[in-house]
Design a protein around this ligand. Structure first.
Ligand code: CA
Length: 224
């Protein structure tokens, strides 16, 4: 059974989310403040963690940063009433996989969780070797010259998508649709931010991710 953690201080919302998710078969834990939530998230394995931004003791953004720096690979969904673009981009930068603006319907929440779940890797691990890179598709891990490269889930998905389409130019819209599913008002800067991070993290790899002006990106294998 898939486990979900809800970190939300408003009791009515927390209860409602818990009830909705349990009714569709998830095992649900919940916490009402940031510190308790972080502790649960670090000591258990959850497929999905739903995190309210404004929380007592520790805010959602710091929780996401802490979880990512502790190599927690759960799907992290920020839930908040903040809908400024800067806030949305900031939470992606911190390592969130998705963002839901309050108020939201239970069906929207369930649909998003389901969409993310479909992307979870299967438990059988398959190693893909490409130049000085090896990719463990089961464990979500990428090694560069045998060193583990720390990628967020979105960076990893984006990287695999680029590899699967190597030497083919992918438009920002294609990437946005494939990796993010949902339409963030068509803001393709999320794609640019993630490409920028991938390039930095995979600098010494035998690939380049080239920008195609006005269109998008292409991953190319460098000649030895
Ligand atoms: Ca709150």
């Amino acid at each position: 059974m898939s486990k979900v953690l809800i970190i939300e201080d408003e009791e009515s919302i927390r209860r409602l989310m818990r009830y909705d998710l349990q009714s569709v078969g998830y095992e649900v834990d919940s916490a009402s403040d940031g510190e308790a939530g972080l502790e649960l998230a670090l000591s258990n394995t959850y497929e999905v963690i739903l995190i309210d931004w404004m929380l007592p003791k520790k805010d959602g953004l710091s929780i996401i940063r802490d979880l990512r720096s502790n190599k927690i690979k759960s799907i992290l969904i920020m839930i908040t009433a903040k809908d400024e673009e800067a806030d949305i981009l900031e939470s992606f930068e911190a390592g969130a996989d998705d963002y839901i603006i309050k108020p939201f319907s239970p069906r929207q929440l369930q649909a998003r969780i389901k969409a993310h779940m479909r992307r979870l890797p299967s438990t059988t691990s398959t190693i893909l070797k490409l130049g000085n890179l090896s990719i463990d598709r089961g464990l979500y891990e990428v090694f560069l010259d045998d060193e583990l490269v720390s990628l967020t889930k979105k960076e990893y998905e984006l990287f695999l998508y680029l590899i699967e389409n190597k030497n083919h130019v992918l438009s920002r819209e294609q990437i946005l649709n494939e990796i993010w599913n949902f339409d963030y008002d068509g803001d393709t800067r999320i794609v640019d931010v993630h490409i920028f991070k991938l390039r930095n993290k995979l600098e010494s790899s035998s690939f380049t991710i080239d920008s195609i002006r006005g269109i998008g990106y292409v991953l190319k294998i460098c000649a030895d």
